[in-house]
Design a protein around this ligand. Structure first.
Ligand SMILES: *Cc1c(COP(=O)(O)O)cnc(C)c1O
Length: 187
Protein backbone atom coordinates (compact mmCIF):
# COMPACT_ATOMS: atom_id res chain seq x y z
CA UNK A 1 0.00 0.00 0.00
CA UNK A 2 1.71 3.16 -1.23
CA UNK A 3 -0.99 5.63 -0.15
CA UNK A 4 0.41 8.91 1.19
CA UNK A 5 3.91 8.08 -0.06
CA UNK A 6 5.34 10.10 -2.92
CA UNK A 7 6.62 8.63 -6.13
CA UNK A 8 10.23 9.18 -5.01
CA UNK A 9 9.66 6.56 -2.28
CA UNK A 10 8.00 4.22 -4.74
CA UNK A 11 10.42 4.29 -7.67
CA UNK A 12 13.16 2.31 -5.91
CA UNK A 13 10.68 -0.50 -5.33
CA UNK A 14 9.70 -0.54 -8.98
CA UNK A 15 13.36 -0.68 -9.93
CA UNK A 16 13.67 -3.62 -7.60
CA UNK A 17 10.91 -5.45 -9.46
CA UNK A 18 7.84 -4.77 -7.36
CA UNK A 19 4.91 -3.94 -9.60
CA UNK A 20 1.72 -4.16 -7.49
CA UNK A 21 0.73 -1.06 -5.56
CA UNK A 22 -2.38 -0.13 -3.60
CA UNK A 23 -3.97 3.26 -3.14
CA UNK A 24 -7.08 4.25 -1.22
CA UNK A 25 -7.97 7.59 -2.82
CA UNK A 26 -8.75 7.94 -6.50
CA UNK A 27 -7.62 11.54 -6.83
CA UNK A 28 -4.32 10.96 -5.07
CA UNK A 29 -3.69 7.92 -7.25
CA UNK A 30 -4.48 9.74 -10.49
CA UNK A 31 -1.99 12.48 -9.66
CA UNK A 32 0.68 10.07 -8.53
CA UNK A 33 0.41 7.28 -11.09
CA UNK A 34 -1.06 8.45 -14.40
CA UNK A 35 2.27 9.40 -15.90
CA UNK A 36 4.36 6.48 -14.73
CA UNK A 37 1.66 3.97 -15.65
CA UNK A 38 1.99 4.99 -19.29
CA UNK A 39 5.69 4.10 -19.28
CA UNK A 40 5.76 1.07 -17.03
CA UNK A 41 3.43 -1.55 -18.45
CA UNK A 42 4.14 -4.16 -15.80
CA UNK A 43 2.54 -2.00 -13.12
CA UNK A 44 -0.67 -3.24 -11.53
CA UNK A 45 -2.58 -0.67 -9.52
CA UNK A 46 -5.08 -1.66 -6.85
CA UNK A 47 -7.82 0.56 -5.48
CA UNK A 48 -8.45 -0.45 -1.90
CA UNK A 49 -10.80 1.98 -0.25
CA UNK A 50 -14.28 3.42 -0.41
CA UNK A 51 -15.30 4.25 -3.96
CA UNK A 52 -18.00 6.78 -4.72
CA UNK A 53 -19.89 6.35 -7.96
CA UNK A 54 -18.78 9.76 -9.24
CA UNK A 55 -15.16 8.55 -9.11
CA UNK A 56 -15.76 5.27 -10.95
CA UNK A 57 -14.87 6.68 -14.35
CA UNK A 58 -11.40 7.72 -13.19
CA UNK A 59 -10.97 4.54 -11.18
CA UNK A 60 -11.74 2.22 -14.09
CA UNK A 61 -9.39 4.21 -16.26
CA UNK A 62 -6.39 4.01 -13.94
CA UNK A 63 -6.70 0.86 -11.86
CA UNK A 64 -6.27 -2.81 -12.73
CA UNK A 65 -8.01 -4.05 -9.59
CA UNK A 66 -10.84 -2.64 -7.51
CA UNK A 67 -10.98 -4.28 -4.07
CA UNK A 68 -13.95 -2.45 -2.65
CA UNK A 69 -17.16 -3.32 -4.47
CA UNK A 70 -19.90 -3.44 -1.86
CA UNK A 71 -23.18 -2.54 -3.57
CA UNK A 72 -25.20 -3.26 -6.68
CA UNK A 73 -25.19 0.44 -7.47
CA UNK A 74 -21.40 0.51 -7.55
CA UNK A 75 -21.19 -2.73 -9.53
CA UNK A 76 -23.57 -1.34 -12.13
CA UNK A 77 -21.57 1.86 -12.46
CA UNK A 78 -18.34 -0.09 -12.95
CA UNK A 79 -20.07 -2.22 -15.59
CA UNK A 80 -21.15 0.90 -17.46
CA UNK A 81 -17.71 2.48 -17.34
CA UNK A 82 -16.02 -0.72 -18.45
CA UNK A 83 -18.28 -0.78 -21.48
CA UNK A 84 -17.60 2.87 -22.31
CA UNK A 85 -13.85 2.51 -21.91
CA UNK A 86 -13.66 -0.96 -23.40
CA UNK A 87 -11.62 -2.12 -20.41
CA UNK A 88 -12.07 -4.78 -17.74
CA UNK A 89 -10.79 -4.49 -14.21
CA UNK A 90 -10.50 -7.30 -11.70
CA UNK A 91 -12.98 -7.02 -8.88
CA UNK A 92 -13.00 -7.96 -5.23
CA UNK A 93 -16.19 -7.83 -3.21
CA UNK A 94 -15.55 -6.11 0.11
CA UNK A 95 -17.07 -7.96 3.05
CA UNK A 96 -17.91 -6.24 6.33
CA UNK A 97 -16.70 -9.33 8.14
CA UNK A 98 -16.97 -7.90 11.66
CA UNK A 99 -20.49 -6.53 11.13
CA UNK A 100 -19.33 -3.05 12.04
CA UNK A 101 -21.76 -0.22 11.46
CA UNK A 102 -19.08 2.28 10.45
CA UNK A 103 -17.28 0.06 7.96
CA UNK A 104 -17.64 -0.27 4.22
CA UNK A 105 -18.46 -3.67 2.85
CA UNK A 106 -21.42 -5.90 2.30
CA UNK A 107 -22.74 -8.09 5.14
CA UNK A 108 -21.66 -11.71 5.13
CA UNK A 109 -25.16 -12.94 4.42
CA UNK A 110 -25.47 -10.70 1.35
CA UNK A 111 -22.22 -11.71 -0.30
CA UNK A 112 -23.69 -14.48 -2.53
CA UNK A 113 -26.41 -12.14 -3.76
CA UNK A 114 -23.98 -9.37 -4.68
CA UNK A 115 -21.68 -11.90 -6.30
CA UNK A 116 -24.52 -13.22 -8.48
CA UNK A 117 -25.46 -9.69 -9.43
CA UNK A 118 -21.87 -8.94 -10.49
CA UNK A 119 -21.82 -12.13 -12.54
CA UNK A 120 -24.99 -11.15 -14.39
CA UNK A 121 -23.12 -7.97 -15.40
CA UNK A 122 -20.19 -10.11 -16.46
CA UNK A 123 -17.84 -8.33 -14.06
CA UNK A 124 -14.54 -10.14 -13.57
CA UNK A 125 -14.94 -10.95 -9.87
CA UNK A 126 -11.78 -12.67 -8.67
CA UNK A 127 -12.23 -12.73 -4.92
CA UNK A 128 -13.22 -11.24 -1.59
CA UNK A 129 -11.62 -8.52 0.51
CA UNK A 130 -11.94 -7.53 4.16
CA UNK A 131 -10.59 -5.24 6.85
CA UNK A 132 -11.26 -7.00 10.17
CA UNK A 133 -12.25 -5.06 13.31
CA UNK A 134 -9.31 -3.13 14.65
CA UNK A 135 -9.43 -4.15 18.28
CA UNK A 136 -10.14 -7.86 17.98
CA UNK A 137 -7.99 -10.80 17.09
CA UNK A 138 -8.27 -11.05 13.29
CA UNK A 139 -7.90 -14.78 12.98
CA UNK A 140 -11.53 -15.88 13.22
CA UNK A 141 -12.46 -13.23 10.67
CA UNK A 142 -9.78 -14.39 8.24
CA UNK A 143 -10.96 -17.97 8.68
CA UNK A 144 -14.53 -16.96 7.95
CA UNK A 145 -13.41 -15.11 4.84
CA UNK A 146 -11.69 -18.22 3.56
CA UNK A 147 -14.89 -20.24 4.01
CA UNK A 148 -16.96 -17.59 2.23
CA UNK A 149 -14.48 -17.47 -0.64
CA UNK A 150 -14.43 -21.25 -1.02
CA UNK A 151 -18.22 -21.43 -0.95
CA UNK A 152 -18.29 -19.18 -3.99
CA UNK A 153 -15.43 -20.99 -5.70
CA UNK A 154 -13.39 -17.81 -5.92
CA UNK A 155 -9.60 -17.76 -6.24
CA UNK A 156 -8.41 -14.68 -4.38
CA UNK A 157 -8.51 -13.27 -0.86
CA UNK A 158 -7.39 -9.69 -0.22
CA UNK A 159 -6.62 -9.43 3.49
CA UNK A 160 -3.82 -8.76 5.93
CA UNK A 161 -1.85 -5.58 6.61
CA UNK A 162 1.46 -4.90 8.38
CA UNK A 163 0.09 -5.95 11.76
CA UNK A 164 -1.72 -9.13 10.78
CA UNK A 165 -0.46 -10.41 7.44
CA UNK A 166 0.98 -13.60 8.92
CA UNK A 167 -2.44 -14.63 10.23
CA UNK A 168 -3.94 -13.65 6.89
CA UNK A 169 -1.51 -15.82 4.95
CA UNK A 170 -2.20 -18.77 7.25
CA UNK A 171 -5.81 -18.42 6.21
CA UNK A 172 -5.11 -18.41 2.49
CA UNK A 173 -4.76 -14.71 1.74
CA UNK A 174 -3.48 -14.23 -1.80
CA UNK A 175 -3.18 -10.43 -1.79
CA UNK A 176 -1.71 -9.00 1.41
CA UNK A 177 -1.60 -5.24 1.74
CA UNK A 178 1.56 -4.07 3.43
CA UNK A 179 2.09 -0.36 3.90
CA UNK A 180 4.10 0.77 6.89
CA UNK A 181 6.27 -2.37 7.13
CA UNK A 182 7.64 -1.51 3.69
CA UNK A 183 7.51 2.27 3.57
CA UNK A 184 7.75 3.23 7.24
CA UNK A 185 5.14 5.12 9.22
CA UNK A 186 2.63 7.41 7.53
CA UNK A 187 2.29 10.95 8.83
C1 LIG B 1 -3.36 1.59 4.57
C2 LIG B 1 -4.00 0.29 4.36
C3 LIG B 1 -3.27 -0.90 4.48
C4 LIG B 1 -1.83 -0.94 4.91
O1 LIG B 1 -1.72 -0.70 6.27
P1 LIG B 1 -0.33 -0.88 7.04
O2 LIG B 1 -0.75 -1.08 8.44
O3 LIG B 1 0.44 0.37 6.82
O4 LIG B 1 0.35 -2.06 6.47
C5 LIG B 1 -3.93 -2.09 4.22
N1 LIG B 1 -5.21 -2.12 3.84
C6 LIG B 1 -5.94 -0.99 3.71
C7 LIG B 1 -7.35 -1.10 3.30
C8 LIG B 1 -5.36 0.24 3.97
O5 LIG B 1 -6.11 1.35 3.84
Amino acid sequence: MSKTFGIEKILPLIKYGHFDFGENKVQEAVEKWTNIKMHENKLKLHLIGGLQTNKVKLAVKLFDFIHSVDSEKLAKKIFEEEKKQNKKVKIFIQVNIGDETQKFGVNKSSVPQLYSFCKTLNLDVVGLMCIPPINKSPEIFFREMNVLKNNLNLEELSMGMSSDYLDAVKNSATYIRIGSKIFGNRN
